[in-house]
Design a protein around this ligand. Structure first.
Ligand SMILES: C[S@@+](CC[C@H](N)C(=O)[O-])C[C@H]1O[C@@H](n2cnc3c(N)ncnc32)[C@H](O)[C@@H]1O
Length: 204
């Protein structure tokens, strides 16, 4: 289960709307998500640098760290904003102007859940200082609220080397198993039966 410090709760409500009705929803969802994407993860011995883009409080990072028992030296890079947009509509929003996070709360949440090796970033331009990634993951963010295409070739491609795996929790109906992107191999597509399916790519 996740430890959710009190000051993080309002952000969890905005990021995982089901949390309002069920305090265990963020954890249950993280387990269901992991069951859908786990087959595409690099083997633990090959997984040392992870980018969680649109991380929110860091739910997905904590799940990866705990469930897969990644070594303490695996380094997580979390990128999100540290502000709340005046109007949050949810849904598909290609103008990407809706954020709802506070990076101090992200820090509290990941540390309360045992993560020690991580870096927080607030701007897509900060990606320029990161090393190449073994895994890039985005749940309920890229592919769910905004098109993958807007991020894949720039900046994500700059953080990829041959073999980098990219996993997107995508909005049902926007992508499919036939989705292809130049320079990437499609590893698979998993339907969840709810709003968020998963699409996995590998850099070739
Ligand atoms: C629905 S929440 C999902 C959070 C987290 N990935 C999860 O699954 O719990 C979407 C997140 O994307 C963030 N976001 C929105 N626009 C962004 C942008 N341009 N760059 C980085 N993060 C952004 C929001 O602040 C929010 O935390």
């Amino acid at each position: 289960m996740f430890v959710i410090p009190d000051e993080c709760k309002p952000y969890m409500e905005m990021q995982v709307v089901q949390y309002k009705d069920d305090p265990l929803a963020p954890w249950k969802m993280a387990i269901r998500e992991a069951a859908l994407y786990c087959e595409w993860l690099p083997r633990p011995g090959k997984l040392f640098t992870v980018l969680d883009f649109g991380s929110g409080l860091g739910r997905t990072t904590v799940m990866l760290r705990n469930l897969y028992r990644l070594p303490p030296w695996a380094l997580f890079y979390l990128v999100d904003k540290s502000e709340i947009s005046p109007k949050l509509t949810g849904g598909w929003r290609p103008d990407h102007d809706e954020w709802c996070n506070d990076l101090e709360c992200t820090q509290r949440f990941v540390e309360a859940n045992g993560l020690i090796s991580y870096c927080l970033f607030r701007d897509v331009d900060d990606l320029g200082v990161m090393p190449s990634m073994d895994l890039i993951i985005s749940t309920l963010a890229v592919g769910f609220h905004w098109p993958i295409e807007d991020y894949l070739f720039d900046p994500f491609a700059r953080l990829c080397r041959e073999g980098t795996v990219l996993i997107f929790g995508v909005r049902h109906g926007k992508y499919s198993a036939q989705t292809e992107f130049a320079g990437f191999e499609t590893l698979g597509y998993a339907e969840s039966g709810s709003k968020q399916d998963f699409l996995a790519l590998r850099k070739v």
